[in-house]
Design a protein around this ligand. Structure first.
Ligand SMILES: NC(=O)c1ccc[n+]([C@@H]2O[C@H](COP(=O)([O-])OP(=O)(O)OC[C@H]3O[C@@H](n4cnc5c(N)ncnc54)[C@H](O)[C@@H]3O)[C@@H](O)[C@H]2O)c1
Length: 438
């Protein structure tokens, strides 16, 4: 970032494209419509509810973020989706079981109008799932072209000024970056050659970036977190963000761990286990999909606690994460954490957390905020990885060579300072010496 960018007009409709129309995606769509009809508040969304302090404390300037920086209004949002399961928004939301039937019935007329387009899907990447609403094509490049055509058609049919895409599809099996991901040329050759290391989520990301549509990945699979797609984002001037929405247990972890570290308390062990019974839980019951999630969840504490800088406090930390598929719970997950900590003279203490959490209720406002902030970034002329949106992710994508910042409070400060910067206000350092000058 150098000179402060001019932000282009927010006028016109913004299309939010959601590959994957399951629990999270239907909860976002229903919640936005419920807010538009005055039936519910968009709780958890910074773009809708948070204020931002500007200038000195004595100036008492704390507008809502949306009144400070030009963001698209909820009235101007339209939604498009793809899913191998052809259910419309109402049927899919009932199946997901996140929202009460009374809430859904009040929105039924609207939810039924949203039907998923045929997906780019292959069972090799999400083994516990199958569905008939799937595209077929000559090769992966042909499938990418079909998605690009969907994007253009959606934009014109819905009279959108701009679009963003947020992956809300299932967690794909664990993949490492390989030769096909290294450069854009290799990636495009891989699409032509049906290279197995190119997963469906990468094909969506490629199609979005080619169409100049900002892309965020709410799942832990690689998707756009590969050099080839980062290069495409830079080349086409498109913002990018990922990976894996920060909800539930990891949200708790990134709230608690920075607090314990701030007080220089040691941590010997952190055992996290979950039960959940939704479709995501069924997918994560496959060890290869779980491995993708596990890598994402495990990275958090290591980066946050910096054991190399604090070997006495965190050098022997034992961190274990378990996810257990347990159908009776549906989307209402329960997550337990046992944290073994050490204080003065090495005396041991324990913290137990039992979070009866609704994952999709925590994820939905993230999707809304990411859509509005990615559109803002695009209008500001920013491209490539948007690290200031790390606040929303379990595995924040960063520039090559940078370690990700996981501390929720640092992420929050960075997000707000980025908004102050875009709005031409002074950044807050919290030094505050001026209040004590004579
Ligand atoms: N719920 C949360 O709080 C949360 C938090 C972090 C990450 N996530 C991730 O977000 C994603 C969505 O979660 P969910 O609870 O809505 O899961 P879900 O299983 O209810 O929905 C996922 C949907 O994606 C569809 N899908 C799978 N492959 C697809 C493809 N190639 N193209 C289009 N659609 C495809 C599935 O058919 C399904 O309907 C998952 O990857 C999950 O791990 C969720």
């Amino acid at each position: 970032m150098s000179a402060r960018p001019e932000i282009q007009s927010k006028d016109g409709r913004l299309g939010i494209l959601l590959p994957g129309f399951g629990a999270v995606a239907t909860t976002v769509v229903a919640g936005v419509e419920a807010a538009r009809r005055g039936l519910a508040k968009p709780i958890g969304s910074l773009t809708q509810m948070n204020t931002i302090r500007l200038g000195k404390r004595t100036e008492e300037r704390t507008p809502l973020i949306k009144d400070f920086i030009p963001l698209v209004e909820m009235e101007d949002l339209v939604f498009g989706t793809w899913d191998p399961i052809p259910d419309n928004g109402y049927v899919s939301a009932v199946e997901a079981g996140v929202l009460d039937i009374q809430h859904l019935d009040a929105l039924r007329d609207f939810l039924e109008t949203i039907e998923p387009m045929p997906a780019v899907f292959h069972k090799d990447y999400v083994r516990r799932l199958d569905g008939p609403n799937v595209k077929s094509g000559r090769n992966k490049m042909d499938l990418a072209e079909q998605l690009r055509e969907d994007i253009r058609r959606f934009k014109s049919e819905n009279d959108c000024a701009r679009l963003v895409m947020i992956w809300c599809g299932s967690t794909e099996v664990f993949l490492r970056t390989g030769p096909a991901h290294e450069t854009l040329e290799a990636f495009e050759a891989g699409l032509e050659a049906d290279d197995p290391s190119i997963a469906p989520s990468m094909i969506y990301a490629y199609a979005a970036l080619k169409e100049g549509v900002p892309y965020a990945n709410g799942a832990p699979n690689l998707s756009a977190d590969v050099p080839a797609l980062e290069a495409l984002a830079a080349e086409n001037g498109v913002p990018l963000a990922g990976k894996d929405f920060k909800t539930g247990q990891t949200l708790m972890k990134t709230i608690l761990a920075p607090g314990l570290k701030a007080r220089m308390l040691g941590i010997d062990g952190w055992f996290s286990t979950n039960i959940l019974g939704n479709r995501d839980g069924a997918v994560l019951d496959d060890p290869d999909s779980f491995k993708t999630k596990e890598e994402s969840k495990l990275g958090v504490l290591h980066h946050l606690l910096q054991p190399d800088l604090y070997p006495d406090l965190y050098g022997n930390l034992y961190h274990k994460v378990r996810i257990n598929y347990y159908p009776p719970r549906g989307d209402n997950k329960e997550g337990w954490d046992n944290i073994d900590i050490q204080g003065w003279m090495g005396y041991k203490m324990q913290i137990k957390v039992d979070f009866l959490c609704r994952d999709s209720i925590l994820a939905a406002p993230i999707v809304l905020d990411l859509a509005l902030f990615l559109d803002l970034a695009k209008r500001a002329g920013w491209s490539g990885v948007q690290e200031w949106l790390s606040f929303y992710f379990k595995s924040p994508q960063t520039a090559p060579g940078l370690y990700p910042e996981h501390d929720l409070f640092i992420q929050h400060r960075k997000l707000k300072n980025t908004l102050r910067y875009l709005g031409g206000e002074e950044l807050l350092t919290h030094l505050g010496l001026e209040y004590y000058d004579d």
